[in-house]
Design a protein around this ligand. Structure first.
Ligand SMILES: [Zn+2]
Length: 174
């Protein structure tokens, strides 16, 4: 169970104090065969995207052994599974709770195939999008940018050369 107060504290931090929130993200499992460079490249892109919003992601392997220390630190697990379960909504790329993310590789692959040059960028943006959902909840979609519910072809193309911003009010060309 996750204390609600901590979530509220985390929420308050995101826009206010850049660099103040650290997210330990444990990769607890990868079922499909994924090129290691693609996975690491995706993680690096997720870091870059989230850093622009003051969130630092520390990537770790395996399951967390102890509780996180410090209020400004939060902890998530991420798992990549080969296929989406029947219970997943038909267009979802992942299911995400406040503590865990499960990415569906069978749905990510076609998306990455549409822009092969941007596969790491797309994976990174999906990871960053889901990490923000974990921190902010399912209602954190925006009209533009990283937290758009559905990205257009233009968005996917844009990820290759730059990164999508958190919301419509943030400069997204960097
Ligand atoms: Zn979403």
């Amino acid at each position: 169970m996750r204390p609600i107060l901590l979530t509220a504290f985390v929420l308050g931090l995101i826009p206010a104090n850049a660099g103040d929130l650290a997210v330990e993200t444990y990769v607890i499992g990868v079922t499909p065969q994924i090129d290691g460079a693609l996975l690491l490249g995706g993680q690096a892109r997720a870091n870059a995207v989230l850093q622009a919003g003051g969130i630092r992601v520390d990537w770790k392997r395996g399951r967390p052994q102890s509780a996180p220390t410090g209020l400004e630190r939060t902890r998530l697990t991420i798992e990549i599974v080969s296929s989406a379960p029947d219970s997943a909504s038909p267009t979802a790329l992942a299911t995400t709770t406040s503590t865990s993310i499960r990415l569906f590789w069978d749905r990510l692959t076609p998306l990455m195939r549409t822009h092969p040059q941007a596969d790491r960028a797309i994976l990174g943006h999906v990871m960053a999008h889901e990490i923000l959902h974990a921190l902010e909840g399912p209602g954190s979609h925006e009209d533009e940018g990283l937290m758009k519910a559905t990205w257009t072809r233009e968005d996917l193309k844009k990820m290759q050369r730059t990164q999508l911003a958190f919301g419509p009010h943030t400069a997204d060309e960097r």
